[in-house]
Design a protein around this ligand. Sequence first.
Ligand code: ARG
Ligand code: ZN
Length: 896
Amino acid sequence: MTREGQHSAIHRADYTAPAFWIDTVELCFDLDPAKTRVLNKMRLRRNADVPAQPLRLDGEELNLARVLVNGQGASFKMDGNQLVLENLPAAEDGAFDLEIFTTCCPAKNTKLMGLYVSNDSFFTQCEAEGFRRITYFLDRPDVMASYTVTLRADKAKYPVLLSNGNLVEQGTLDDGRHFAKWVDPFKKPSYLFALVAGQLVGREQRITARNGREHLLQVFVRPGDLDKTEHAMNSLMASVAWDEARFGLPLDLERFMIVATSDFNMGAMENKGLNIFNTKYVLANQATATDTDYSNIESVVGHEYFHNWTGNRVTCRDWFQLSLKEGLTVFRDQEFSQDLCREPSARAVKRIEDVRVLRTAQFPEDAGPMAHPVRPDSYIEINNFYTVTIYEKGAEVVRMMQTLVGREGFAKGMTLYFERFDGQAVTCDDFAQAIADANPDSDLARLLPQFKRWYSQAGTPRVHASGSFDAAARTYTLTLGQSCAPTPGQAVKEPFVIPVSLGLVGADGRELALRTMDGNTVPSPYTFVMTQASETLTFVDIDAEPVPSILRGFSAPVVLEFDYSDEQLLTLLANDIDPFNRWEAGQRLAVRSALKAIAAVADPAPLQPLNTAYIDAMRSVLRHPTLDAAFKELVLTLPSETYIAEQLDVVDPQRIHAVREAMRGQLAVALTDDWAWAFDAHADNGAYQPDPLSSGRRALAGMALTHLCLAARTTGDVVWPGKAYQRFKDAGNMTDRFNALAALVASDHALAAQALPRFHAMFKDEALVLDKWFALQAGAPDRAGNILPAVRQLMKHPDFNLRNPNRARSVIFSYCSANPGAFHRPDAAGYVFWSDRVIELDGINPQVAARLARALDRWKKLTEPYRSAAREALVRVAAKADLSNDVREVVTRALA
Ligand code: ARG
Ligand code: ZN
């Protein structure tokens, strides 16, 4: 530490075991928003394995009142934020009691880390380093202790008092106060501690596990929200059942609680037995939540529940190992959502959606200034490393392990992992070793050291593939090469282990049998495991040049380069048995048209970027008799502006936006009759059910309506915008209502100006719906430079509140991070707005500010005048004297 609060980088290589262990903690809280008193009684013990040294406890923004060692007043000193105790008494076993009394002010805690107040209730968030804002502690994940927690508070204001584990005692106290005492039967690191106190109501469900054990599941919300908890509870029950069925992992607690709060920095938190959630990932009914909300709730409820084993029973040794729990748990929640799909096509849709997130968010991160390995080597602020790389790329790394050892082999590996490490704090190496050791004959075991480069090397590898057909020999040879560009601090990359799932498609569209040189037939798809910079494989008995379908199911997180002709891509789009590559063929064709139009000399960009073959292919998909609606919707969605930008060395955001809008307009007009058919065929879906099949139908109907309203801009049609308005008014569920509203907003139709205030009036008391209302306007296509002024207006709206992260995100992030065509203004006003908001938010909530700061990650790729203006905005933020570590780390890396 250089000066108070200012940290320098922390390095993974510097890890040392803690000098002390904490065996037990007894916490006693007197909860009061202005001044909460915390009495912390610990039993500590020297770690005999490390040299004797003073005890250093972490603490932040605490008022220290008293320190007692073995019941006696003790001398201590402060070193920055640490409380240092020297000359501790050496009992036989090196153990002693330490009692610390502090106070803190939850009402003023706008960082939402530690103990804070939201809507008059108390909540905690301790991961990664929030517990030190509650009491002095060894706030690191490898110190695991047994917790006993007593909560005392005013009974009328805080009738519900919750903490981890089991409720062992409760009762009333003097002055209208009451108390509750909780004991957690499991040892845990401090980041998994939680308490909640407030006026909450719970939905309850009793379940019996396979082994006959009974459990109580509870979902706590504010009183008016009880009618929005059914889906979260169903998702929780499904999660419990799935983890038992797929991995043999049972619920290990008598009681499992979820509590929702509307003030939360992230999505949710897996505190042992007491998960705390952003309301966004709990509350849903058909009137207020969309299909996307429903499916997000299912994933996040699953994710946090699955952490109970992958994260809590086995936790991380240090924060560099974060992906040990996050990558693995994202993989598990992805598998859970897929396994809940009854139709195979719905599984494929989920896979495509997951890959789309990876490629539009993680690939740019891995190519930008914040690029870091799945297991980073250093950080300044750990909160900046809750990234798509740790989560989504980490999940892909686990998925590749499963591909290399098979689904059963992977389950065996998980079993071994828990046999070895239950109750411990371990590393990514320990996990990979367990999966490999459980599968000694697998490619993973054979290649483990090389495979682990996925943990140590940052950057997205590129696979360069080419094919050659030898008509005389009737062979087809694929040459596969790999490379990976340098990332900050890593100039040279060694080859990765890349499982490439592939098949060959005949020119007539049929799947070909695969025979290798030795005459063996191999199953198709075949997984070829790349390990070298370049290698070849040859298939025999091939009569005509095939179309290779490479990287099926997106078998590795890489960029695949293959010089497909348009005809070959159209063949794959029409015929590939692999739904992922079928979708991917359409995306490649669209990217190709976009890049051509962007590069064209014409100024402004050509208005008709798409060729007839592409449009006809899209019509065939849209009208296809057997493909399901959700898949059609994905194929017909053009690659995002962000994804297109990643394919370019120099980025002109306005030109990309103009080209993509032109493409959308072209699809809208050319397919008008088909969209009309699609709308009519998918608009009515009976009683609302958020299942994949009917939500796919709603998505396609919504997409059709958007295109019909867009086409109306050109044709002057008034019927479809009128129908959209009607649907907006009459819809029986939020998905249809919001899609209709979005169609009017996206086409900038006059009716949008009527629908928007109406929507606000309808949902003025529904915070999550208002977030959608704000986000829709801040994310609307910018046709006349009017979005930034609209965003400024929205920030003056009485319902806007910068302190509420969901609301701040709905306006500011929707504009700066999700609306490139409006944000990248030639007059730089978007960037000035951004720098003002980063600075303003940093004074309130550094974590949220640092997320926003990342909106300019890719500034170096921008063309002028954007590049200089973006740099100036970054410099402006960096010049602020008292920036948080969070924001400072992000802008320093961006400018480096
Ligand atoms: N472990 C949580 C999850 O992924 C995320 C908590 C992150 N919190 C933070 N302050 N960085 O489920
Ligand atoms: Zn997680």
